[in-house]
Design a binder for this molecule. Structure first.
Ligand code: ATP
Ligand code: TZE
Ligand code: MG
Length: 275
């Protein structure tokens, strides 16, 4: 990094990336879990991207090469879908992995490790998922509780750096503070509200948004990932001003994402270099 990446620099970068998404409307193929399809597609559309929830193996050779980015999420993995995931990940487009509940089973861990070998640009998970993937073995971890994290994001910081180095991907750990690393640099994104954890598949939706940002500007996956996480969190903060609980936060977050303007983004995103 040559120029100094101050908080103001990140604010301008986040606005530039959101503007690029709105202008270019990147086509994002999502092979994602059945729970997340609606919120992920709506988050992408509200941000200005163009989602396509296609997962049929026979469509991938025609469709995936035309996409700007691919998003693969193993939340409701099945044997039928895994070949589609592998084919889409191998289609030569930048792609992003969400290893939901990777420690749920040996099958899921093996699938995620196979996908990881197909060189995702970005991996985004919660702390428990990144810890499990980095240690990449213990499918009977005693602290494993399902799709939600039982660890704070900071606990997975070293694991995320190790995973970034071994996989070549940018790795993001979400939580109260999101950490994003390429194995060398670590950046934090501190936007968001705790109630976002009470809306199912917000993590899946923000990973889809990361794919859209990478699709709009594949030149710097670390910056795209940090800005997508901060912008999604900022939309959560604004949505929280009108929300009465998780269901209305979901609605207001999507409205806020749609309505973000330059002043709100440049002054609202909280991204910093972690020393
Ligand atoms: N305590 C918190 N405070 C602020 N923001 C949070 C908090 N916890 C999570 N978030 C934000 O919520 C979003 C989802 O992150 P989370 O870590 O809950 O993902 P996840 O566990 O993969 O979710 P899911 O599996 O439901 O999709 C991220 O944008 C993250 O920054
Ligand atoms: C609840 C749930 N189960 C499988 S995927 C998913 C969405 C949150 O990750
Ligand atoms: Mg998740």
């Amino acid at each position: 990094m040559d120029e100094e990446r101050t908080e103001a620099w990140w604010g301008r970068r986040a606005w530039a990336l959101l503007s690029a998404v709105r202008e270019r409307a990147p086509l994002v193929q999502c092979i994602t879990n059945l729970v997340s399809m609606d919120i992920a597609a709506n988050a992408l559309t509200a941000a200005g991207a163009s989602p396509a929830m296609l997962h049929c193996l026979r469509e991938i050779p025609d469709f995936t090469p035309r996409c700007d980015a691919v998003y693969i999420n193993v939340g409701t993995l099945s044997e039928d879908w895994l070949p589609s995931m592998r084919a889409a990940a191998s289609a030569g487009r930048p792609w992003v992995l969400d290893p939901v509940a990777v420690a749920a089973s040996g099958f899921r861990m093996e699938a995620c490790l196979q996908l990881l070998a197909l060189r995702p640009a970005v991996v985004r998970g919660n702390a428990s998922e990144i810890l499990a993937l980095a240690s990449s073995s213990d499918s009977s971890s005693s602290s494993f509780k399902g799709v939600d994290s039982s660890h704070d994001s900071g606990e997975a910081l070293q694991a995320s750096k190790a995973l970034a180095r071994s996989s070549g991907a940018v790795v993001a750990v979400s939580g109260a503070v999101d950490f994003i690393t390429d194995g060398e640099q670590v950046v934090s994104a501190s936007n968001g509200v705790a109630l976002m954890q009470k809306i199912t598949a917000t993590g899946c939706a923000v990973t889809a948004l990361i794919a859209a940002f990478v699709g709009a500007d594949p030149s710097d996956a670390l910056a795209a990932t940090a800005c997508a996480l901060a912008i999604f969190g900022l939309a959560g903060e604004i949505g929280m001003e009108s929300a009465k609980g998780p269901a209305s936060l979901r609605m207001h977050l999507i409205d806020a994402l749609y309505g973000l303007d330059e002043q709100t983004v440049t002054s609202g995103v909280k991204i910093a270099l972690v020393l």
